[in-house]
Design a binder for this molecule. Sequence first.
Ligand code: ATP
Ligand code: MG
Length: 176
Amino acid sequence: MAKRGILIGRFQPPHKGHVEVAKQILREVDELIIGIGSAQESHTLENPFTAGERMLMLSKALVEAGVKLSRVHIIPIPDVNNHAVWVAHVVSLSPPFSAVYSGNPLVKRLFKETGFEVKTPPMFKRKVYWGAEIRDRMIKGKRWENLVPEAVLEVMREIKAVERLKDLSKTDYLLH
Ligand code: ATP
Ligand code: MG
């Protein structure tokens, strides 16, 4: 029986830390499920990319890193806005899994209460590989390109990600 583990995040955008952690988890499990959280969200400063864009970026980054996609399942998970039923919601959408990998205290608590094995994966250069920091750098015109895998960079160029983020950060306040 294949051992499957799940890693849940928003991946706004996927960065080099995510690829490292995915490779690390794949040493412990046969198959990795990557849950794209807040899947219904896009075009906001916190969640600029659609679930489809995030799935595309992740799968291409994993292929680039030499990961066999037959060992990975990427699934969208929309918010339910109810922490008490969230684990059941995830289970209802995901291929079956026995291990949960997360650094997020709330995610860990919710899965532990339901009886799942929860593991905390190591953080890779968390001070630089950090989604909020990357989004902030893109808006401010600072260097961010080295923080994401080349494959993610290519998709970001295709969807004109910097232009989108800069537009999202604008306000019409001064025009009135
Ligand atoms: P944000 O700042 O938008 O929250 P993030 O970098 O924390 O972005 P998430 O999508 O929240 O990325 O993370 C998904 C999962 O990846 C979480 O379980 C998180 O613990 C893990 N993770 C995030 N950054 C790293 C990293 N640098 N190394 C290892 N794991 C990471
Ligand atoms: Mg986070």
